[in-house]
Design a protein around this ligand. Structure first.
Ligand code: ZN
Length: 511
């Protein structure tokens, strides 16, 4: 099996070619770079590699910025038969799967029943021989005994007279499967308790920029501005994972998973896991809200989240890594990567659906009617902009209305992150070094290049079609083109003329 360390070898060839080019005194296509201006830390070499392997310099960024940032990446990407896309995000996901598989198959003993149990579940899952031998017996027996049978599967043996519909619904609900009604738990909409603020420097810098944007907005009235700023200040940020996972003390972990007892048979393990998970969700109703708890997203989820009822934003550990973030990365890369994601999630707290939740996540109407009306006019501009985009790969247009909340958040996210980086750079002059092979690009251009890179995607037609139907986000290329073409700073940074392919004349701005 391929391990995640093998995946890292992806970065070696460039390192080698940089060394060779150094000897020759030239980098590919560029004049000699002054090494004192270059960042030669291992992470910078790695970042230079992925960006050089991504950008297509034959394309004019003012015309097609996404193609400029991702052209080479897309050309060289290979969609394996078992997947539907290769993208920057799917590569993070792949690396994560290898890492988790390594952890679950390792024999390192940790005195934790929960971890031993997780490893047992994993080994039952990869034991394909045992799964084959077991066949469908476990499932069929569960359907017959617990669900009272199933007509399609039983044919003439099906006995309608013994069938109990209510019992079936109850049983399905225990397996977290609700057909006619749904039951789940979340924070009470009218009374959620305020949780403690935990944020890092970057989130706070971006939040401060958002507050400035609210203050400077010409379309919000002062009453709505005051409430919006209070809400932005109170928004809690959670990063990485719940605090209790940081210590070696496994008491809480073992307590949370005390009822899970896996054996070596995969299917019974899965059925029991579904039941216990469903029960745990319902039990949340009985317990007070734990402010440190992570709800709705796990540390291994490659995503970020805004929870409107809690007025909080969450950034799982797995998203805080290459190419979105690294401790050793120049700030222009981090702000263009995770900074954009942070700005996007902050903006969700002030989007269309969210206007009726206040700083504590409680339901009230806190925007004035005139502010709501002006917001709607601005949003309409963005809707029409995206409605006019066509995915040439499948010759299909985008639904601006369906994706509107995400498009508005993308637009705001890019601006917040960019201005937050500018602010940071003002107080940290001459700190940021350039990347080898990319020294002709300014820090602001590099910010935009990394922003473009995080969305590089090669995807199958089938997958693109189903995304168009199901997804709330615009396809990757428009998550880059939409916000950059509305941004005057993009034009300035790349020296674009308004009206070029990647620069709209009528720039839509909500924030
Ligand atoms: Zn979003």
């Amino acid at each position: 099996m391929q391990t995640h360390s093998e995946a890292n070898t992806l970065y070696t060839p460039l390192h080698r070619s940089i060394e060779i080019n150094k000897i020759k005194g030239r980098y590919k296509g560029t004049a000699v770079e002054n090494t004192s201006d270059l960042c030669l830390r291992p992470y910078c070499i790695k970042a230079a590699n992925y960006l050089l392997e991504s950008i297509d310099e034959t394309i004019n960024p003012c015309e097609k910025f996404y193609e400029f940032a991702c052209g080479k990446y897309i050309k060289n990407a290979i969609i394996l038969s078992e997947s539907s896309e290769q993208s920057t995000m799917s590569q993070i996901s792949k690396k994560l799967r290898y890492t988790i598989a390594d952890l679950l198959s390792s024999n390192r003993t940790k005195k934790s029943k929960a971890i031993t149990n997780a490893r047992r579940l994993y080994s039952s899952c990869i034991d394909e021989g045992a799964i084959e031998t077991e066949g469908v017996d476990v499932i069929m027996s569960m359907i017959n005994k617990e669900l009272g049978g199933w007509p399609v599967l039983q044919g003439s043996a099906w006995n309608e007279s013994t069938f109990d519909f209510d019992r079936l619904m109850l049983k399905l609900s225990q397996y977290n499967s609700y057909i006619f009604y749904t039951v789940n738990t979340d924070v009470d909409e009218k009374n959620s308790s305020i949780r403690s603020i935990h944020a890092i420097e970057m989130v706070n810098n971006i939040r401060n920029i958002f507050i400035t944007m609210v203050n400077q907005s010409t379309w919000m009235d002062s009453k709505s501005k005051i409430i919006a700023i209070k809400k932005a200040r109170a928004m809690k940020a959670k990063l990485g994972y719940p605090d209790y996972l940081e210590s070696d003390n496994m008491t809480k972990l073992d307590k949370d998973y005390a009822e899970y007892n896996f054996n070596l048979s995969y299917m019974p393990n899965v059925l029991s896991a579904i039941q216990l998970h469903s029960k745990a969700s319902l039990q949340m109703l009985r317990y007070p809200i734990d402010s440190k708890q992570w709800t709705g997203i796990s540390p291994t989820k490659i995503n970020a989240m805004h929870r409107l009822l809690a007025n909080e934003i969450l950034f799982p550990a797995v998203i805080l890594q290459t190419t979105l973030f690294d401790r050793d990365a120049p700030k222009y890369l981090n702000y263009g990567g995770i900074g954009f994601i942070m700005g996007h999630e902050i903006a969700h707290g002030f989007g269309d659906e969210r206007k009726e939740y206040d700083l504590n996540g409680n339901e009230v109407l806190w925007w004035t009617n005139s502010t709501v009306n002006t917001f709607d006019i601005r949003k309409k501009c963005i809707n029409e902009q995206y409605d006019n985009y066509t995915l040439t790969q499948v010759n299909h247009s985008i639904n601006g209305r369906k994706t509107q909340n995400e498009n508005v958040a993308d637009d705001a996210g890019l601006k917040q992150a960019f201005f937050a980086y500018q602010q940071w750079a003002k107080t940290h002059k001459n700190v940021e070094k350039k990347l080898p092979g990319l020294s002709k690009y300014s820090a602001e251009q590099m910010f935009l290049l990394n922003f473009g890179h995080i969305w590089c995607t090669k995807i199958t037609d089938e997958s693109l079609h189903s995304n168009l139907v199901l997804a709330q986000h615009s396809p990757a290329q428009f998550r880059v083109r939409g916000p950059t073409s509305n941004f005057v700073e993009f034009d300035r940074v790349f020296g674009c003329k308004v009206g070029q392919g990647n620069s709209r004349v009528n720039k839509c701005n909500v924030w």
